[in-house]
Design a protein around this ligand. Structure first.
Ligand code: PLP
Length: 393
């Protein structure tokens, strides 16, 4: 059977691949620590699970409108108002099966063949593949490590062509954990307005920020920027609800209408019980979020300190999400590897620690380690990596 050219050209998700490999090694009896996962290790808060159960018992087991339950849209609209002072109406919101699906639907609905989309590196692994699946062309701009992996307005200006349609902004970032400040977003926004670029603002890690860092949405900065921006968000990371698959997009009415039309022919609607769970997530107590956020912050501080003490590891201190993204080029060299990919492979096979090579994120000198796991396991992982490096230097 012939596989389509479109799908044959896809690169498999490196994060899911490493997680699967770690799981397989574990199943075969190896004592592997997996730091590849991109999901919180906490269970979904109890009141959300109870609300989901109640919705089922009450008979909410049927299709919903394609764009999502009106009640859920109302909760999302309120959340935007409370958190960011942003006003949206329900025809400016679509609920999808996760933020990943919201992005997929957005690119399908807005890109034509050969439209260019600016993607800053390091990037989340699905952006380029989703753009390509929609017929678009990813145009990479390097977020330089010496600039905390952030791109500049000048870089955008230099890469805009007559075919540039959109730009992706992801703050806090996966994989770097870096956030853009309001001033930086304002400067980036000016170039986007000048060239009429659709801004795709992926804010899925909005609630996970640490220290003095504060998440700002580029859409908050001015009405003009709000008009130009499609915000992507969801409950996966904020409420530890990755498996429920609820994300959404907010912005231009015509785009939302087109996305909803597309969804009506693909998923019909996001899973009904999950939508009820998401209503509870936004309308119920928010204390569990702060507990999870505080736990992540504590882990980050300890993990970062120990990790950067390892010879050949240097790292920008993350301010958000739950990843660290050290540059280990020197460590790979010192331990006798010609590439960081090989170093990461040896970490899994010899030190029994699964990390994701940075090449999948467009940053081949780095590795991504998730600290969404218990402090004891993180300590053990750092010890294993440190021992591995020490033994080979
Ligand atoms: N955007 C980024 C930057 C992510 O890291 C992820 C998940 O890893 C997503 C979007 C997708 O989130 P969801 O689980 O809601 O599809």
């Amino acid at each position: 059977m012939q596989i389509s050219k479109r799908v044959s050209a896809l690169t498999p998700s490196s994060t899911l691949e490493i997680t699967a490999k770690a799981k397989a090694l574990k199943a075969a009896g190896h004592d592997v620590i997996g730091l590849g996962a991109g999901e919180p290790d906490f269970n979904t808060p109890e009141h959300i699970i109870e609300a989901a159960y109640k919705s089922l018992v009450e008979g909410h087991t049927k299709y919903t409108p394609s764009g999502g339950l009106p009640e859920l849209k109302k909760s999302i609209i309120r959340k935007f108002k409370d958190d960011q002072g942003l006003d949206y109406s329900s025809d400016e919101i679509i609920v999808c099966s996760g933020a990943k699906h919201a992005l997929y639907t957005l690119f399908q609905a807005t890109l034509n063949e050969n439209d260019e989309v600016i993607i800053p590196t390091p990037f989340w692994v699905s952006y380029p593949e989703q753009v390509k699946l929609a017929g678009g062309i990813p145009i990479y701009i390097e977020g330089k490590e010496e600039n905390s992996f952030k791109i500049t307005p000048e870089q955008i200006e230099a890469s805009v062509s007559g075919n540039t349609k959109a730009i992706i902004v992801n703050s806090p970032s996966n994989p770097t954990g870096v956030l853009y400040t309001e001033e930086e977003l304002k400067a980036i926004g000016e170039v986007c307005i000048k060239h009429d670029l659709l801004i795709v603002s992926d804010e899925i890690y909005e609630k996970l920020t640490y220290g003095q860092a504060k998440h700002v949405s580029i859409a908050e900065i001015s009405d003009e920027l709000k008009k130009q921006t499609m915000i992507i968000n969801g409950v996966s990371k904020s409420h530890s609800m990755t498996g429920w698959r609820i994300g959404y997009a907010a912005g231009n009415v015509q785009i939302i209408k087109a996305m909803t039309n597309l969804a009506s022919h693909s998923t019909s609607n996001p899973t009904t019980v999950s939508q009820y769970a998401a209503i509870a997530a936004y309308n119920g107590p928010q204390e569990p979020l702060e507990k999870m956020r505080a736990a992540f912050e504590e882990r980050l501080n300890s993990f970062y300190e120990k990790l950067t003490a390892i010879q050949g590891f240097t790292c920008i201190k993350p301010e958000g999400a739950f990843y660290v993204f050290p540059n280990v080029k020197e460590a790979a060299k010192l331990t006798g590897f010609t590439s960081v990919d090989d170093f990461a492979k040896a970490l899994l096979e010899e030190a029994n620690v699964a990390v994701v090579p940075g090449s999948g994120f467009g940053s081949p000198d780095n590795i991504r380690l998730s600290y969404a796991t218990s402090p004891d396991i993180l300590d053990e992982a750092v010890e294993r990596i440190a021992r591995f490096v020490k033994a080979r230097v």
